[in-house]
Write a protein that binds this ligand. Structure first.
Ligand code: GDG
Length: 471
């Protein structure tokens, strides 16, 4: 049996520096945990950018160190980061795919760089790929890669998964290079998205823009049949459940509970991103404070915003806007001993997140658009005593699975404000019933299940293709 090669823009690695020496450790993000069962085994590997610009003289040393972790680097230069990553991926694909096309800047230089970097990834892959291997390519930074590899290896097994939404074809077609992007993706044998809506949108784009024939969930392209299917990604639910009993977590819980002893806690955790609906959430919270003086001093919004993409202008603007609104709300409503929003612009160790998941009475997840959203699943998995309320945007992929949350339209500020009140007053029995149902979902459809069914489905499609060829 051949080996499996995972490919993503970033390698799952944390880099630290000690006495002028770079040290590499595997990082424990959701995807890396799930795929750990693959890339750490046998002679399987993960190919991607290590996350920092490495001088040419250090490349050999870095490659050697990463090899011990089964990781293979693709080295990117400053120009690549500026045009392929920040430019094309994050200033064109990200806004259009999240339905905010007015933020997109269709700069042709970025397109050139996107093509070049996808080729760079292909060059590294091709130096490891052998007939019989399986490739699993991840996300919107690498849409051209399946097509490039397919040309060299017509029979190789390729799976592709997109972690962010695929927009309606009316939005997708705004991108000047839409056909090339679709053809790139269609190099895969199996194309996966989080939701059925994403699948529908992709199939609609492929049929309208490329005039391809579709049979159910299978797209015909030349003599190839390509599967397009929903695979809602899960988390390592057991890990979050177990973390609640970790000593460090228990310490954090104790001190947080002491600090907020007379207050109900609303929790929100997001990367800094306009897709996450942070501004609208703050507006809803302000309306809640305005209309409900009785709740003053009795609630707090604990809001973590994790720094992200702060070289992109839209993100800097968003950060300033959040700072301004939080400042206004806190200065307007605060009392000597109380302020309504505890706002933190930084990232924390997972033990601290776990403590927050444990103490939060309500978790408030209101993105304007989100492929899935894992934070809400982590909250649910952490609630071992079946308490807690989840308020969840209907624009998050997760809302298709966690139907027992209070589901809201994040643009409806009044509805979100009412949901805050409903959550605070939810009868205990209803809260438990909803949480138990959500926990069953999160534990059953976990990340290991996701990886297993994805790989199984790829095998099925490949064997159907072979029997079609033989027949
Ligand atoms: C993309 C899609 C899709 C957050 N703050 C800290 C921290 N986190 C961790 C969370 C969670 C992850 O980051 C965030 O995942 P999300 O799913 O919420 O969002 P994106 O980063 O936008 O991810 C999304 C996902 O891909 C997977 O397919 O769900 O829709 O946009 O795991 O726990 N982790 C630590 N410290 C923090 O401060 N350690």
């Amino acid at each position: 049996m051949g080996k499996t090669i995972i490919v993503s823009n970033r390698l799952p690695v944390k880099i630290t520096q000690e006495n002028n020496e770079l040290l590499f450790n595997s990082s424990e993000g959701g995807l890396a945990t799930g795929l750990g069962s693959i890339y750490k085994e046998n002679n399987n590997i993960w190919i991607g950018w290590p996350g920092m610009i490495i001088g040419e003289e250090e490349e050999k040393d870095v490659t050697e160190k990463l090899k011990d972790l089964n990781l293979i680097p693709v080295f990117l230069e400053e120009n690549d980061i500026k045009h392929y990553y920040e430019g094309f991926s994050n200033e064109i694909l990200w806004p259009v795919f999240h339905y905010i096309s007015t933020y997109a800047r269709f700069d042709p230089d970025n397109w050139e760089s996107y093509k070049e970097v996808n080729e760079k990834f292909a060059t590294v892959i091709l130096s490891y790929l052998e007939p019989g291997d399986t490739l699993w390519i991840h996300d919107y930074q690498l849409l051209l890669l399946p097509g490039i590899i397919r040309k060299q290896f017509p029979d190789i097994s390729i799976a592709f998964f997109q972690h962010i939404p695929f927009p309606s074809q009316e939005l997708f077609r705004l991108i000047p290079w839409r056909k090339e992007l679709l053809r790139g993706m269609l190099g895969a044998d199996l194309i996966g998205f989080h939701t059925f809506d994403d699948v529908r949108h992709f199939i609609s784009a492929a049929t309208h823009l490329l005039d391809l024939h579709v049979d159910g969930n299978m797209i015909r392209s030349g003599d190839r049949a390509i599967g397009v299917e929903p695979f809602p990604m899960g988390i390592d639910a057991q890990k979050f459940s177990d973390l609640s009993n970790d000593e460090t977590v228990i310490e954090h819980i104790k001190s947080l509970k002491e600090h907020y002893k007379n207050q109900k806690i609303f929790l929100s955790i997001d990367r800094l991103d306009y897709s996450k609906g942070i501004i609208q959430r703050l507006e809803a919270f302000e309306l809640f404070l305005q209309e409900n003086p009785d709740y003053h001093e009795k609630v707090v919004l604990f809001m973590i915003v994790v720094p992200s993409r702060d070289n992109v202008a839209e993100y800097q603007r968003l950060k300033n806007e959040i700072d301004r609104i939080v400042g206004n709300i806190n200065s307007h409503y605060r009392k000597l001993e109380w302020y309504p929003i505890a706002y933190f612009y930084q990232s924390y160790p997972v033990e601290f997140l776990s403590a927050l998941y444990n103490i939060a009475d309500v978790c408030l997840i209101t993105p304007m658009r989100d492929g899935m959203n894992l934070v809400c699943k982590e909250y649910v998995a952490s609630r071992n005593d079946n308490t807690g309320v989840l308020i969840l945007s209907e624009m998050a992929g997760a809302s298709k699975e966690l139907i027992d949350a209070i589901i809201v339209n994040p643009n409806n500020i009044h509805k979100v404000k009412n949901a805050l009140i409903e959550a605070l007053n939810m009868p205990e029995e209803e809260m438990r019933e909803r949480m138990i149902a959500m926990r069953q979902m999160v534990f059953k459809y976990n990340i290991y299940h996701w990886v297993k069914i994805y790989m199984q489905r790829l095998k099925d499609i490949k064997s159907t293709q072979l029997s079609m060829k033989a027949g």
